[in-house]
Design a protein around this ligand. Structure first.
Ligand code: DGL
Length: 272
């Protein structure tokens, strides 16, 4: 077994949202150990400034690298938008996989020519999304919808409540009324509201999540760089750590049926 291969794949997000990415990575790479950092002490990220987000992302990545991560997935559109380039410069030895709302497949699949993007304010303000829209969505109307409050509801575990459904409806209805037939989930928390979103948007609306493509990119890098774990246990261990309350985190992921073998407390220090 190569030393590299034996190390875990690291992922981080502001909370449980990035577990929707972890779930896909686990599906494609079941033998890999995964270590997930949920920075719930600083959640939500979506209204923070780029400078703040870069400092937070650097601390999260450093924590995962200190835990032996051989590759880091920024399982968060908001942190990717602010910090992907910065993290690659700070930690040149570590491969990073970032995320951007999947506007490219949306633009090629829409029939109405109108695509709605649900994301946090910081993701919508970032250059990554701007670049993707200008490169891949020519001739398509892309409507950006910030969704303040949704991440907080999800983190509370208030998924199927009248308040959450009303909030979601207030964000999605204008997109549908404008003719959107494709909705892009531009935040890793939002796939956790898929049943509620489907109930509002109907069966004919295409709803796109970037997590499967991100997991495929992880597989590709792991293979290219010979980082694959070359023993074959039945399954790798999934360790989750939170800067918030481990008991709340454990209850939440259990309720949402997200994969995890153990939950720990993490403490990270942010450089000002
Ligand atoms: N799940 C994150 C994202 O993909 C962060 C949301 C937040 O903390 O505001 O953007």
């Amino acid at each position: 077994m190569s030393d590299q291969g034996a190390r875990p794949i690291g992922l981080f997000d502001s909370g449980i949202g990035g577990m929707t990415v972890l779930r896909e990575v686990r599906r494609l790479l079941p033998a890999e150990d995964l270590i997930y950092l949920a920075d719930q002490a600083r959640c939500p990220y979506g209204s923070r400034s780029p400078d703040e987000l870069r400092a937070i992302a650097a601390a999260c990545a450093a924590w995962l690298i200190a835990r032996g991560a051989k590759l880091v997935v920024i399982a968060c559109n908001t942190a990717s938008a602010a910090a992907l380039a910065d993290l690659r410069c700070r930690f040149p030895e570590t491969p990073f996989v970032g995320m951007v709302p999947p506007v490219k497949p949306a633009a090629s699949r829409t029939r109405s020519g109108v695509v709605g993007v649900l994301a946090t304010p910081a993701t919508l303000a970032g250059d990554l999304l701007r670049d993707v829209i200008s490169r891949w969505a020519e001739g398509v109307r892309v409507i950006e919808q910030a969704c303040p409050g949704l991440v907080e509801q999800i983190e509370k575990g208030a998924l199927d409540t009248p308040e959450t459904r009303a909030l979601l409806r207030s964000y999605v209805t204008p997109l549908l009324e404008a003719g959107a037939d494709t909705i892009v989930l531009g935040c890793t928390h939002y796939p956790l509201l898929l049943p509620q979103l489907r109930a509002i948007a109907g069966d004919d609306t295409l709803i796109l999540d970037a997590a499967p493509a991100v997991a495929q990119r992880v597989v590709q890098i792991v293979k290219e760089r010979s980082l694959m774990r070359d023993v074959n246990p039945l399954s790798g261990i999934i360790t989750c750590a939170t800067t918030g309350d481990p008991e709340h985190f454990a209850n939440l992921i259990h309720r949402l049926d997200l994969p995890c073998d153990r939950v720990e407390q993490a403490v990270i220090t942010i450089d000002a």
